[in-house]
Design a protein. Structure first.
Length: 167
C-alpha cells in the first residue's frame, strides 16, 4: 500500500512539473489590496487571474507585491508539511448566486492542489524579498455553471467580488 502511494505521488509531481498550472496573464484582472497579516510593511496582494482550467475546475492566481526594501514575511512557519502551502491554505471562492463556498482542491493525500513555496531556514515561514513580487496559485473544484465568483485570499484587506471566470 505504501509503494502505491509513493507511485501516485511521483506521477502527480512529474505531471505537475511538465504542465504549468497557470499562465499568468500580462495584466492582472483586479486591483491590488493591502496585506493585513504578519505585520508586513508595504505589501499588497493582487488577484491576477481566475480561469476555468477544466470542466469543473478553476485556477486562481495571485501575487504578493513587496514595495519595501526589506524582505517581508507572508506566512508563519512551524506547523509541519502544511507550511509550504500556507499562502493558499484558507483561500476560498464563493458563488454568490447559490451562496456556496469552495475551498482549495486536495489531492489523494489531502494536500492542497496549490503552489508549494520554500519555508525558509528553520521553518521561519514564507517571505517575499525586498522590492520583489511572489506569484502563487491554487485550484478549486467549481461547477461549470458558475461564471462569476468572489475570491478571498488570507490576509487580503478585502475580497475581490463578482470576478468573471475566464475561459
Amino acid at each position: 500500500m505504501h509503494l502505491r502511494r509513493v507511485v501516485h505521488r511521483f506521477v502527480f509531481l512529474v505531471l505537475a512539473s511538465f504542465v504549468p498550472p497557470v499562465a499568468l496573464a500580462g495584466e492582472p484582472c483586479c486591483a491590488a489590496v493591502d496585506l493585513q497579516a504578519n505585520n508586513a510593511q508595504d505589501v499588497q496582494i493582487q488577484l491576477v487571474e481566475v480561469r476555468r482550467t477544466g470542466a469543473n475546475e478553476i485556477t486562481v492566481a495571485w501575487q504578493y507585491i513587496n514595495k519595501n526594501k526589506a524582505p517581508q514575511q507572508l506566512a508563519k512557519g512551524g506547523q509541519g508539511w502544511s507550511d509550504a502551502y500556507r499562502l493558499a491554505w484558507d483561500a476560498e471562492v464563493l458563488d454568490l448566486a447559490t451562496r456556496t463556498r469552495y475551498r482549495v482542491a486536495q489531492d489523494q493525500e489531502r494536500r492542497p492542489v496549490a503552489a508549494k513555496h520554500e519555508v525558509g531556514v528553520g521553518r521561519q515561514g514564507i517571505s517575499v524579498a525586498g522590492n520583489r513580487t511572489l506569484k502563487t496559485w491554487a485550484k478549486f473544484l467549481v461547477p461549470a455553471s458558475v461564471t462569476r465568483v468572489t475570491v478571498t485570499i488570507p490576509g487580503a484587506a478585502t475580497p475581490w467580488e463578482n470576478v468573471p471566470i475566464a475561459q
